[in-house]
Design a protein around this ligand. Structure first.
Ligand SMILES: [Zn+2]
Length: 259
């Protein structure tokens, strides 16, 4: 059966607070098998909620340096030692509250740095989703330095410029884009949308790019933030899409993906 991974960045500081967390909790009463990438601050502030998820979902690590006392919230600008310290401190917090072994990671704001892999390896972590999909790159799950890396959306073999700037008329091959809760319009506005989502001025936070029929892809990865659920319109889209994935696919956790 074809697979899908659903990841959620779970955080309090960048909007939504505890209300976003409660919305996610409601969603997790209906669906399971998610990969919840949680910041250590969130875990400290809402340990009972997060702990209630761990039996039926995977809990992974999400790092926003600003939460850990660093000035800039950009993981990639720090030294190896500082980055390593962020992992160490975070994992210590996780081990205090949770039984799960934490093996998956994503940096806040997709601030990838190549140090991520050796640091993960040291802490016996195995699955990274640290890179935003890049046109022409290997966006399907693949091994790098003993870690499995995978991007959060569909493989995009065509350059992004082929997607952006198109009129509302759908390009051949994009017909199935209607199966998902974004329109070609949001894809056209990709850069703007992505930045808007980051600064939490969220008008259209669901970004999904596909240049092939989605239903034919062996593997899909869908991602959103807990606070996205606070916008009713967006919440409905997220639910619709999760329903769509559940109908045709086995929902699996990030750490269960093999290459
Ligand atoms: Zn985040």
């Amino acid at each position: 059966m074809k697979k899908a991974v659903i990841t959620v960045d779970v955080e309090l500081d960048r909007g939504g607070g505890i209300e976003g967390l409660k919305k996610l909790d409601e969603l997790l009463e209906k669906y399971t098998g998610f990969t919840l990438l949680v910041t250590p601050e969130t875990l400290k502030k809402a340990p009972d909620i997060v702990k209630s998820w761990e039996d039926e979902n995977e809990i992974g690590l999400h790092i926003h340096p600003a939460e850990l006392g660093f000035d800039e919230d950009l993981f990639d600008i720090y030294s190896y030692e500082e980055q390593r310290k962020m992992f160490e401190e975070s994992l210590n917090i996780f081990s205090k509250f949770l039984d799960s072994k934490i093996t998956s990671f994503r940096p806040g704001r997709w601030r990838f740095h190549e140090n991520i892999y050796p640091i993960m390896k040291e802490f016996r972590m195995t699955h990274s989703s640290s890179r935003y999909p890049r046109p022409g790159s290997d966006n399907e799950p693949h091994g790098v330095e003993d870690i499995i890396e995978h991007s959060p959306t569909i493989w995009t073999p065509e350059p992004l410029s082929d997607v952006v700037g198109k009129k509302k008329k759908q390009k051949k091959g994009f017909e199935d884009i209607l199966e998902i809760p974004v329109s070609i319009h949001s894809v056209r506005k990709f850069g703007v949308v992505f930045n808007a989502a980051l600064c939490n001025n969220v008008d259209y936070p669901l970004i999904y790019i596909a240049s092939k029929s989605l239903s034919h892809l062996e593997y899909q990865m869908f991602t959103f933030h807990s606070f996205n659920l606070l916008d009713k319109k967006v919440e409905d889209r997220i639910k619709n899409f999760i329903g769509y994935l559940n109908r045709g696919r086995e929902i699996t956790e990030l750490s269960k993906i093999t290459v």
